[in-house]
Design a binder for this molecule. Structure first.
Ligand SMILES: O=C(O)CCC(=O)C(=O)O
Length: 391
């Protein structure tokens, strides 16, 4: 595990404008100031209890090796997730949303076309697949097809008209799955939580907090990604990415700036060093002891990043990358998740699901929340670590 505190290495990284993987690695070795923390590498996966104590409770980003080594997506040629393997496995005309144009309209492409684009584009901020539906949709689609084809041998290898069930190619690691409270919601009411990411080199995800104060894990099936994390109390105005086309849309009516493509490349290469300094100055002058307020790491193939609830984060794809990511709610962030549910019906339903779970709890430590009258009055009652997930 390698987590680098960049707050203390601004002087080192400013000069090189933090452009590449090499820079991030250099920062690890040259950072010696008192405010720098380098979490020692650990390739032994922690137990759920240790993960809870060392990462979730202190709200600390993490980078884990060896949690996905056994996944079929990593070990099986037939079930691999390289872009080439996905191209072979998916229907050639299956459209993926890959971004939006100058009008804010969605741009879609089948994966084989997208692969050509990946290899040949020279864009400053290339399009990328960030698909919240494919894993789940394929799952239900396959279930239906499975019902219809009950009498026939059914395997996607033999039935190319049906998309493969990608959810069978990975297993949610135990440290993230023992508490997954949003899974208590009926499937059709659960907010999107699972994304396939197919991202060319130079593309990225702008700085943001995850929806509903969920935590997340992100598993890299191939490629290399650079991550930066900022403390949840960082002022929002320091955590913005300029829209790529902002200069071109000045004065244009009917354009929602939120729909515009962000200049993630520019943020990482031209702004990040200054942003780090501003964030550092903000926390230095806050009069409070915050500890580490900015982390950075380089995620390689086969490694999983943990993003704690409410931490700002941004991702830059150093190489062509394929990743799967899931957001989740555990006992640590369940109150925050409830507070962030704007839809009152959903919040009530979630409160009911948690109540039902409490009723069925067999051990005191499984009772995570005390639900009184309304979900907004949820109160955590158990701070004990989760029990190990069933094998
Ligand atoms: O780009 C990625 O790989 C992940 C980005 C991400 O986790 C997010 O946008 O929340």
């Amino acid at each position: 595990m390698t987590i680098i505190d960049v707050s203390g290495v601004v002087a080192t990284t400013t000069a090189t404008t933090t452009t590449t993987a090499t820079t991030a690695t250099t920062a690890t070795t040259t950072a010696t100031t008192a405010t720098t923390a380098t979490i020692p590498p650990s390739n032994a996966p922690p137990t759920p209890q240790l993960f809870h104590q060392l990462y979730e409770i202190p709200s600390k980003p993490g980078l884990f090796m060896d949690l996905m080594a056994e996944w079929p997506a990593m070990t099986s040629i037939a079930r691999g997730w390289s872009v080439h393997q996905l191209m072979v496995r998916l229907k050639p005309d299956h459209p993926f949303e890959v971004g939006c144009d100058i009008q804010g309209d969605t741009v879609s492409m089948p994966l084989n076309e997208f692969n050509t684009y990946m290899k040949s584009n020279h864009d400053r901020n290339p399009f990328l697949v960030f698909d919240s539906m494919i894993i789940e949709r394929l799952h239900s689609q396959n279930a239906k097809a499975h019902d219809m084809l009950m009498d026939f041998a059914f395997e996607y290898e033999f039935c190319p008209c049906v998309l493969p069930d990608l959810s069978m190619d990975f297993v949610v690691p135990g440290i993230f799955s023992c508490d997954d409270f949003l899974s208590l919601l009926p499937k059709e009411r659960r907010p999107p939580y699972q994304w396939l990411i197919v991202a060319p080199a130079r593309s990225g995800s702008p700085v943001q907090k995850d929806p509903l104060a969920t935590s997340a894990w992100n598993a890299l099936l191939c490629g290399q990604q650079r991550w930066v994390f900022f403390h949840p109390d960082t002022p929002q105005e320091l955590m913005t990415t300029k829209s790529l086309d902002s200069s071109r849309v000045e004065g244009m009516a009917d354009i929602d700036r939120d729909d515009l493509w962000d200049d993630v490349w520019g943020w990482f290469h031209e702004e990040l060093a200054a942003v780090k300094e501003q964030v550092q100055a903000h926390f230095d002058s806050s009069g409070k002891k915050y500890g580490i307020t900015c982390y950075e790491c380089l995620q390689n193939t086969g490694e999983i990043v943990f993003v704690p609830s409410k931490w700002y984060h941004a991702v830059y794809n150093v190489e062509d990358s394929v990743a799967v990511t899931q957001n989740y709610c555990s006992r640590v962030n369940v109150e925050a998740v409830c507070d962030n549910m704007d839809d009152p019906d959903l919040a009530t339903l979630f409160g009911d699901c948690l109540l039902a779970r409490n009723k069925n709890a067999t051990q005191a430590s499984d009772v995570v929340v005390e639900v009184t009258t309304a979900p907004s009055t949820l109160a955590t009652t158990a701070t004990t670590a989760p029990s190990a997930p069933p094998m």
